[in-house]
Design a binder for this molecule. Structure first.
Ligand SMILES: *[C@@H]1O[C@H](CO)[C@@H](O)[C@H](O)[C@H]1NC(C)=O
Ligand SMILES: *[C@@H]1O[C@H](CO)[C@@H](O)[C@H](O)[C@H]1NC(C)=O
Length: 342
């Protein structure tokens, strides 16, 4: 692939899967979602078909089409025939100007209260914002900001209760240099933390760059995407919230966010087939999109299907794919979002 590169450069190119080109896989019925132009980094769909979409991430070293515009959370009702994205209003008192939303996760309480956890990076810091969703007026009421020394550089989050979650830490926001050292030297300092008001602890470590995280429908397993290792880790969850490694599924793509089909347990991922094009944005050589479905990950032979793939002419830099009753939403780090009927 590169004859004059040093060993370190070769390693970086391989971490970024720099030589991979994608063959297109199209779906018959897709359209770009109106109103989402600056990313749709993470998507979480409630059991009733309401989809939350975080938009407008500003990530060091990654393209933004609107660097001065605060982030937003959109809502789409996937039960509608022709669903539209509506921006959710955020309650007063929350600092909207510095809102930089990243991973999101929802939790529905016993009394049907919907909580939305949002990883936020105001002024390059990492916080987790807890909101209550009010459906009557499409608004989010800010309940609290969670900060902790172990939540150093949070990427994604999966809610476990109304005030508890697992979070992945990469090193983007604490130390960009450290992140690059990890990429170059293969350091594995990225980790997973469990947070509750009573207890905060590291529950898994040794990742190149832990990214997407999610939970199996039976809530026994936690899935973690290691974006630079091109793999998905399966971890067993224990009563004390600790995690133990079960298996690792190796893939040929940079796995970003993970979402789970609640009916089948299939894992859907948005991926970056070629990380070089994502980190070094070039309008002449656009970052591609790729969606994989992983079936039966616990079995001896998980089935991995490329459901969608595009060279960037339609959709650039897919980061998440989420499914609801035959409808597929594909989000991106900084570009648009695609709605498909399967
Ligand atoms: C989701 O995808 C975005 C795209 O990179 C990724 O940066 C982010 O870390 C992922 N977020 C989650 C929530 O995994
Ligand atoms: C990208 O794919 C589209 C459609 O599949 C094709 O028309 C176009 O030429 C491709 N562009 C590049 C740069 O390969």
């Amino acid at each position: 692939m590169c004859n004059h590169c040093s060993d370190l450069e070769q390693l970086l190119l391989s971490r970024l899967n720099a030589s991979r080109e994608v063959a297109p896989v199209s779906l018959p019925s897709c359209r770009l979602i109106k109103g989402i132009e600056t990313g749709s980094e993470d998507i979480d769909i409630l059991p009733n078909g309401l989809a939350f979409i975080s938009s407008g991430l500003k990530y060091p070293g990654i393209k933004s089409f609107a660097p001065d515009k605060p982030g937003e959370i959109f809502l789409m009702d996937l039960n509608e025939d022709n669903p539209r994205a509506v921006e959710l209003r955020i309650s007063r008192g929350f600092d909207l100007a510095s809102f930089n939303p990243h991973g999101i996760s929802t939790y529905v309480d016993r009394d049907d209260t919907v909580y939305l956890f949002v990883v936020n990076h105001p002024h390059q810091k990492s916080t987790v914002e807890l909101f209550k969703f009010v459906e009557d007026d499409n608004s989010l009421v800010h309940l609290k900001t969670i900060r902790h020394d172990l939540l150093t550089s949070v990427n994604d989050i999966v809610a476990m209760g109304p005030d508890s979650f697992y979070a992945t830490n990469d090193h983007y926001f604490t130390d960009f240099l450290l992140m690059f050292l990890e990429m170059f030297l293969g350091l594995t300092w990225s980790n997973v933390v469990y947070y509750s008001p009573k207890e905060v602890k590291e529950v898994a470590s040794g990742f190149y760059s832990a990214n997407g995280i999610n939970v199996s429908p039976d809530r026994k397993y936690i899935y973690i995407a290691d974006i630079l290792d091109h793999s998905v880790y399966v971890m067993e969850k224990h009563a004390n919230w600790s995690l133990t490694h079960v298996k690792t599924l190796q893939l040929d793509t940079l796995v970003d966010n993970l979402s789970i089909d609640p009916h089948t347990g299939d894992i859907w991922t948005g991926c970056h087939p070629n990380g070089m094009k994502l980190f070094y944005y070039d309008p002449e050589n656009l970052p591609a999109s790729e969606v994989l479905r992983i079936q039966n990950i616990l079995s001896e032979e998980p089935l991995v299907t490329r459901v969608y793939s595009d060279n960037g002419s339609v959709l650039q830099g897919s980061s998440v794919a989420s499914i609801y009753e035959g409808k597929l939403l594909i989000g991106t780090v900084f570009h648009r979002a695609l709605y498909c009927e399967l």
